[in-house]
Design a protein around this ligand. Structure first.
Ligand SMILES: C[S@@+](CC[C@H](N)C(=O)[O-])C[C@H]1O[C@@H](n2cnc3c(N)ncnc32)[C@H](O)[C@@H]1O
Length: 208
């Protein structure tokens, strides 16, 4: 089984208890990653690697006439996301579909904005995923990526252990250099927002 198939299987399994962990919730970091997009109410938004779709209701709350589509290659995650959407009565504004982010079936320039929360470091092929997001985003479309990165300064022993553990657990690389990848894939960086005392940061970029 290759890395992509193994990752998909792992998330299918994790979907059962994913929401019990902090990562699956809607925290202030995720809300800021959405707020920073300054969505207009009629926007069409893509949430890449939506997982159980925890942030879809918050995102949908920003829209009137617009729509958010969450994609994830784990069928079990997508089933949870769609059940959440329907329980919240948001089916007209939000939808989750099964798709691999490296090969989306959307037409070029479909979306006004895109979002990815703690997803890129788990993608088996993050460079391919960025190119695909660039393809389906409209020109000047904004892409907000919330993820972990290398700490500023010399990485501590604790950080290096965590990085090794996360790699073994299936995360591609928690210190993935997302700003470098986006710049090489047709985006310009508008803002880098680092969270104090955390390895997490938001990279807001714009399609050129
Ligand atoms: C760590 S979870 C993050 C989920 C959610 N965004 C959140 O903030 O809780 C990463 C998600 O990315 C999905 N994923 C990983 N590789 C993918 C790929 N190639 N295409 C689509 N989804 C992928 C996984 O199935 C998983 O649900």
């Amino acid at each position: 089984m290759d890395r992509t198939a193994r990752t998909r299987k792992r998330y299918d399994r994790w979907s059962r208890y994913y929401d019990a962990f902090d990562l699956g919730g809607v925290n202030d970091q995720k809300k800021l990653a959405i707020d920073i997009l300054e969505l207009s109410p009629d926007s069409t938004v893509l949430d890449v690697g939506t997982g159980t779709g925890a942030i879809l209701p918050y995102l949908a709350g920003k829209l009137k006439g617009g729509k958010v589509i969450g994609i994830d290659f784990s069928e079990a995650m997508v089933a949870k996301a769609n059940s959440r959407i329907s329980k919240a009565g948001l089916s007209s504004k939000a939808e989750a579909i099964v798709a691999d982010c490296t090969a989306l079936s959307f037409e070029p320039e479909t979306f006004d904005s895109a979002l990815a929360t703690f997803a890129f470091t788990s993608f088996p092929e993050p460079e391919k995923a960025i190119v695909e997001v660039a393809r389906v985003l409209k020109f000047s479309g904004k892409f907000s990526i919330l993820d972990t990165g290398k700490p500023l300064g010399k990485p501590s022993f604790r950080y290096r252990c965590l990085k090794a553990m996360m790699w073994r657990a299936g995360f591609t690389d928690i210190s993935l250099d997302i700003p470098k990848i986006v710049k090489e894939s047709g985006f310009r960086i508008l803002k880098l927002h680092r969270f104090r005392g955390s390895f997490a940061y938001i990279c807001l970029c714009e399609k050129l």
